[in-house]
Design a protein around this ligand. Structure first.
Ligand code: GPW
Length: 796
């Protein structure tokens, strides 16, 4: 590996010359009159110029080789400046150069808006995969949507979440190239639009590889309809333009929950159609002498990131049949060899189904094609003697609903889950009927994260420490090398260093939180952090209920042995998810009450950070002592935040769920804090479970739950706390009480917190556990994950 390493050779004088020239060219100002924002954009330009040559080379050299295409409605890229400099191997040098002309790198870095083109884990995974594919020299292109508005910005007003728009490119976009000439026409039943690609370079880590993330933007097919214009129908002319632009105007803010809106299916069809056209067009161009569509799968494999891009399947068939004269059955055979499908959840509310009438309204031809596939499938089952009833779970269309996952499973070479337990549940339960008839398609690809962004870039102290201790930075190319750190497990000096690094990171975070949230926190306290989208299954309310009870216990017993702790929570709620918003209000209210109480606020602090996002995460992960991963067993497909914490030396306080299990396996259960019921137990009690019993038997549970309605906490007449209360022990309208088993797991959760609180004061033992986690995080590199996709599924 090492001999391939190729940092960009930085000609410092030339770089500075170009930089100043760019700065003046784009602003028409003298250096001293330019703003920090100008300085940021000029730096993007100067870096893009340096990438350009290699980027073109990469596009050209790989024209006739097999490539993977990652189709995803979301790519949660975050900021690119720092990461690109790291991957080019010129981060330190550029920082120094800027320093010489009195530019503070960090302050101009803050002018970059996060590219928040995703909701959470699924979108961030896609971004980590882009980094890892390039870093492993795997030819993988990303295809997605260039939303004008990314995920909403979260404001907290009086403790409530308020959403604001995220027009992330209003000042420009320093990292994309508009490739007008590759535009495509996308036809809907009721409108025709132009899809314009914006290409972002995806840089490999110090290896010269540049892959492409191609994001499509919807624009009017004809910029201006002059027939309307000439007839003085100006409104109508503008209306058409807006209608076209509406398609990629905004990212739907639902994590997990499906959104059954026409516009959402339009977004999906829009980017899938443009992408499929792009692939077929290029194939015809580069393979004109040997053009056999049977060979299409030899050169293309399309990985579908959950159900959102599945409409690409009928679209490929449509393009082959309607535009290239291939007969239907041949087109189906070709298509079947081209796609692979990843599932990211077992929650029913996420498995997309589209009503027939919506599909007919958006892309009627796709409906035709799906119907044909369905008819053939049903016919085959009947020929094998299956009853109507036995066929039902396999139907792609049932009661005029199109079940996208079934379509993908039939039409793919591979179906994978994202962690061992998750894949097991897919096989045993969610897709068991499919697994029984096509077991060979099913496989697991445990998720990963890129160590470049989540360690090298965001935790420089730890990164330097590792390089120093291992005597080289080979670990950045092969994260399994971290294992060698285990030779320091009994080295007191090294363990002390680990604690010191964490402490410095905590001080940095405390400063940042003071700036951002105006709350003072103590870096000598335990930093216990839960950051992720707000969802009942992720159980942030279990965390908060525990904090309430802890508060009451300290208040009653001020001399109780307690290591000061700062609980930090953050995350966005889908705007239409009332109960998730209630959880945010609850966190803020509990923080308000506790933080102002002089009896406890030296020992206990609670912070709900505003607008949690990738760039905030980069400051939080390095500073955590405890990583809260407390989802109901069986519900979190994998989780990836859990891996970021582990890599940065936090200990996991977690349930037996998703990739937590694999984290415990690798780092040792004794070096983490496990609690709660396992999935088998929950399955066995599901029908008999009575949360009220727990409530009456356990005074701490009663204490915490009652505080939701006792008047101690104020929800400003929103009835939000009553809603949470009801969801736990007084269910309304046919809902099941406590369907996420908070009360069942409460006591165990409380006990494990007590254990943490006691054990934290043994600083040396704690550091050893942290080191054990860091040393065993290698498996969770997305380099490993992407290599598995390439080898097992893509065969590239
Ligand atoms: F519902 N995930 C997500 F499965 O962030 F599609 N958004 C989603 O819409 C879905 C899943 C979907 C997450 C999972 O919840 C998380 O457990 C997993 O680590 C992540 O996807 C990446 O696989």
């Amino acid at each position: 590996m090492k001999e391939e390493i190729m940092k960009i050779k930085l000609n410092k004088n030339k770089f500075m010359e170009d930089y100043i020239e760019n700065l003046q060219r784009i602003t028409l100002k003298n250096f001293e009159d330019t703003s920090d924002k100008d300085k940021y954009f000029a730096l993007c330009d100067t870096i893009m110029e340096r990438i350009n040559q290699e980027w073109r080379d990469c596009k050209n050299k790989t024209k006739k080789t097999k490539k993977a295409y990652y189709f995803s409605a979301e790519f949660l890229v975050g900021r690119s400046l720092g990461n690109n400099l790291i991957n080019l191997g010129i981060y330190d040098e550029v920082k120094e150069l800027l320093d010489e002309i009195d530019i503070d790198f960090e302050s101009i870095e803050n002018f970059e808006d996060d590219a928040a083109l995703g909701n959470g884990g699924l979108g961030r995974l896609a971004a980590c995969f882009m980094d890892s594919a390039a870093s492993q020299k795997i030819d993988m292109y990303g295809y997605g949507v260039r939303y004008r508005e990314g995920l909403f910005k979260q404001k907290i007003e009086n403790g409530f979440q308020v959403e604001e728009g995220d027009h992330w490119i209003k000042d420009g976009d320093g990292w994309s190239i508009r490739v007008e000439s590759d535009s495509k026409i996308v036809k809907f039943r009721d409108q025709t639009v132009k899809a314009v690609p914006y290409d972002m370079p995806m840089l490999g880590f110090e290896n010269g590889q540049v892959n492409t993330l191609r994001l499509w933007q919807s624009e009017p097919f004809e910029e201006f309809d002059f027939s309307y214009f000439n007839n003085f129908q100006y409104d109508k002319a503008v209306e058409e333009k807006n209608r076209a632009e509406d398609i990629t105007r905004v990212l739907y803010p639902n994590d997990i929950q499906r959104e059954g809106k026409v516009l959402r299916l339009k977004q999906q069809y829009f980017f899938c159609s443009a992408s499929i056209q792009d692939l077929v067009e290029k194939y015809k161009k580069y393979f004109e002498n040997d053009l056999q569509f049977e060979n299409f799968p030899k050169y293309h494999v399309i990985q579908l990131n959950d159900t959102h891009p599945i409409v690409a399947i009928p679209e490929l068939i449509r393009v082959l049949v309607d535009e290239n004269g291939i007969d239907f059955d041949r087109a189906v055979e070709i298509t079947k060899k081209t796609f692979a499908f990843t599932n990211h959840t077992v929650l029913q509310e996420a498995l997309e189904t589209w009503p027939k009438d919506i599909m007919l309204e958006v892309c009627p031809r796709c409906f035709d094609i799906i119907e044909k596939i369905n008819d053939k499938l049903v016919e085959d089952f009947k020929a094998k003697g299956l009853s109507e009833e036995a066929i039902d779970p396999y139907r792609i269309i049932r009661y005029d609903q199109i079940r996208m996952a079934n379509l993908a499973i039939v039409m793919s070479i591979s179906v994978n889950g994202v962690a061992k337990l998750h894949t097991k549940i897919l096989k045993d339960d969610t897709f068991n009927h499919w697994y029984k008839i096509m077991p060979e398609k099913f496989n697991n690809k445990t998720n990963g994260i890129t160590p470049r962004r989540w360690l090298v870039y965001s935790n420089i102290r730890l990164s330097n420490f590792i390089t120093d201790k291992l005597g080289s930075d080979d670990w950045k190319y092969d994260l399994n090398k971290l294992k060698e750190l285990e030779k320091y497990l009994e080295d007191d000096k090294v363990l002390e260093e680990i604690n010191q690094i964490k402490y410095e990171n905590k001080k940095d975070l405390a400063r940042y939180i003071l700036e951002q949230e105006n709350i003072v926190i103590n870096p000598d306290s335990i930093f216990d952090i839960q950051i992720k989208r707000i969802h009942e299954y992720k159980r942030q309310h279990l965390n908060i209920l525990h904090i309430i009870n802890l508060y009451h216990r300290i208040k009653k017993n001020p001399d109780m042995n307690f290591y000061p702790t700062t609980f930090i929570l953050g995350g966005k709620a889908a705007p239409g998810y009332f109960r998730a918003k209630a959880i945010i209000k609850l966190a803020n209210e509990v923080a308000r009450v506790i933080n102002k109480d002089p009896d406890v606020n030296k020992k206990l602090k609670v912070v709900f950070i505003e607008n949690y996002r990738v760039s905030y995460g980069e400051k939080l992960f390095p500073a955590a002592d405890i990583s809260e991963q407390i989802s109901t067993a069986g519900k979190e497909a994998s989780g990836t935040g859990n891996m970021k914490f582990m890599l940065n030396g936090a200990l996991t306080l977690g349930t037996y769920d998703g990739a937590n299990i694999e984290i415990f396996e690798k780092a040792g259960v004794e070096n983490n804090y496990i609690f709660g019921a396992k999935v088998e137990e929950l399955n066995s009690i599901r029908d008999s479970y009575s949360p009220k019993e727990y409530y009456h038997k356990n005074s701490d549970i009663k204490d915490a739950v009652d505080s939701l309605v006792s008047g101690e906490l104020n929800d400003d007449n929103s009835y939000m706390f009553l809603d949470i209360y009801n969801s736990l022990i007084n269910p309304q309208g046919g809902e099941k009480a406590d369907s996420y088993f908070l009360l069942k797991d409460f006591e165990d959760y409380k006990k494990v917190h007590e254990k943490i609180n006691e054990e934290y004061s043994d600083r040396k033992t704690w550091a050893r556990k942290a080191l054990k986690n860091i040393a065993n995080a290698g498996y969770f590199s997305s380099d490993r994950t992407i290599l598995e996709y390439a080898k097992d599924i893509w065969k590239i």
